[in-house]
Design a binder for this molecule. Sequence first.
Ligand SMILES: [Zn+2]
Ligand SMILES: [Zn+2]
Length: 349
Amino acid sequence: MKTFGFAAQSNTTPLAPFEFERRDLRANDVAMEILYCGVCHSDLHQSRNDWGFATYPLVPGHEIVGRVTAVGSDVSRYKVGDAVAVGCMVDSCLECDQCRKGREQLCRKGMTQTYADKDRITCEPTYGGYSKHLVCREEFVLKVPDGLDIAKAAPLLCAGITTYSPLRTWGVEAGNRVGVVGLGGLGHMAVKLAAAMGAEVTVLSRTKDKEADALALGATRLLVSSDPEAMMAAGSSFDLIIDTVPVKHDINPYLPLLDIDATLVLVGQLGLLDEPSTLPLLFGRRRIAASPIGGIAETQEMLDFCAAKGVLPEVEMIRMDEINHAFERMERADVRYRFVIDMATLAGA
Ligand SMILES: [Zn+2]
Ligand SMILES: [Zn+2]
């Protein structure tokens, strides 16, 4: 199938129109027209090869919502016209212990990423959601529940599940005390999701500037991390801290805030951190962890949870040809809180 999208041709070129082929439907494949695609920090980093494993041409996009246009002969869960979604992975081995537990994101043989990766059968490059059409095996397609606004749902597929999964992994429930560091695409979802689970949510920020936003998103308070007295008073008072900051930073101020046996989980930064001290870890048996997206069943559970609780990302809709400007704004943290591309603006090539 001929299709088109926007691609980076190298780590120094802006995204520009690109024509390419989607594979013919296999028996277990679902084809969809993409209606909306969220803009993740990973898209920016990968387009510029900041992590060193990009492949070009690179069509970013792994927060994908669309409508089914065709299904393979063995597909049973979806039919033409269904509202569906695809997140950060499009395949895994489905045979290893992790896949069998529904943790495809931790597949022993490695999951197949939605873009900048290789198809497991043909080794063709995978291209993401900044495009008109997508073909994906049925097992990695999600149902968009009735009642979830499809124009806003796209960021749930990465920002949503990336913050939902640690909340579930560390068993957050009503009354738990959750801290959120960084109030961007991921952070604002962490606040909304934790609040919807009944947790008492605190946003940690260097200044008071974001206090009104934090409260509006569902946080109980904002703790100013540059205020030593306030930080001291908050010692040992969190059950879980989700750190969504996507760049190298210092986590030492947050560690003493964890209660005994509590965890700080990193979901934003890939790579180095400033040196963490083991002192607060050792004396409070506190933990540092990190977590990538979530499994397919957990992602569906998150979508269903959001539909039931009325949780939706705050989005700013953009045209496809505004993407390079959107990347620049994202680098300045000038977005509240996630850009979503309206794919109807991707003109035919
Ligand atoms: Zn992402
Ligand atoms: Zn596997």
